[in-house]
Design a protein around this ligand. Sequence first.
Ligand SMILES: NC(=O)C1=CN([C@@H]2O[C@H](COP(=O)(O)OP(=O)(O)OC[C@H]3O[C@@H](n4cnc5c(N)ncnc54)[C@H](OP(=O)(O)O)[C@@H]3O)[C@@H](O)[C@H]2O)C=CC1
Ligand SMILES: Cc1cn([C@H]2C[C@H](O)[C@@H](COP(=O)(O)OP(=O)(O)O[C@H]3O[C@@H](C)C(=O)[C@@H](O)[C@H]3O)O2)c(=O)[nH]c1=O
Ligand SMILES: [Mg+2]
Length: 297
Amino acid sequence: MRILVTGRQGQVVSSLIEAAAGRPRLEIIAAGRPDLDLADPASVHAAIRAARPDIVVSAAAYTAVDQAEDEPEIAAAINERGAGAVAAAAAGIGAPVIHLSTDYVFSGGGERPYREDDPAAPIGVYGATKLAGERAVAAANPRHLILRTAWVYSVYGKNFVKTMLRLAADRDSLSVVADQWGNPTSAHDIADAILTAAERLRSDAAPFGTYHLAGNGDTHWAGFAAHVLGTSRTLGGPWAEVREITTADFPTKAKRPANSRLSTDRFLDAFGWVAPDWRVSSDRVVERLVAAPSGGR
Ligand SMILES: NC(=O)C1=CN([C@@H]2O[C@H](COP(=O)(O)OP(=O)(O)OC[C@H]3O[C@@H](n4cnc5c(N)ncnc54)[C@H](OP(=O)(O)O)[C@@H]3O)[C@@H](O)[C@H]2O)C=CC1
Ligand SMILES: Cc1cn([C@H]2C[C@H](O)[C@@H](COP(=O)(O)OP(=O)(O)O[C@H]3O[C@@H](C)C(=O)[C@@H](O)[C@H]3O)O2)c(=O)[nH]c1=O
Ligand SMILES: [Mg+2]
């Protein structure tokens, strides 16, 4: 099976490349700038036509949540029109598309995990452009899986786990918000889930649609940070005390949902796959990062 993934250095694309290294019958083509630029739909069509993959994974996105508030046009070009172009190009070569979306499409009220059919109502530009992207993907290619994930970390790229380890190396204590709840998700687990689902998409009876895909178990950002740093300490890595603060104590340009827990039952029912507990998966990543702080690249 040949899978084209958008992006080159992102967390999910890098984790897919790593996962495929152990599977000889799987070829991953990472297609990114300058050849495939989501801001240039013609380049998207040309790159996907040239590679002729069996499946397209749409993993590239504009993911700078605060910066998006200042660059709504650029975020929309990439997350909405770029995503739509990827899905249309896949349809053009008869391939299904697996598109990644986010918990930030929800407003964050209540405490129960969001289900796929709960109304989306983003409270920031990033979430709004990702929701528009979901709609563009669905309109352009009926053979789509939209996978909403959340709070992604890995040994690759930029993420909260790496930020906490880096800050802890220089400070005795870190102040982290304890009133935003969600499901930390390893990009390594996302890669595993994508490859599991991809096997099923080759059939026309495949269960296309929208799914939530996230780490098992919930916490707030301070709980996530404290767990990561506790594991790091036992391994001889950096540690700092985590002070729990509120969102009001940590002003940011973008508003973030207070509750972005995702219910993953639907993905489990359709694909028989559920993520490990977030503590188990984050321990694996912290072990690798403490051993080699720059990660894989
Ligand atoms: N990170 C997170 O916490 C979450 C992410 N998601 C979603 O999951 C998906 C994967 O996220 P993640 O792997 O963390 O992303 P990263 O932020 O790690 O990487 C972003 C990727 O997008 C690529 N990219 C950005 N702009 C363009 C462009 N104009 N043309 C082509 N490629 C571009 C980057 O390219 P390059 O490799 O060249 O730098 C990079 O590969 C995204 O759709 C994201 O919205 C959902 C929930 C949480
Ligand atoms: C660095 C830092 C952050 N925070 C807060 C800010 C924020 O509320 C929370 C997480 O910070 P981040 O900047 O990692 O969060 P953010 O970039 O909003 O992460 C989001 O990225 C996008 C792409 C998604 O799709 C979401 O699922 C989510 O993962 O922690 C602290 O309280 N203290 C700190 O020292
Ligand atoms: Mg960030």
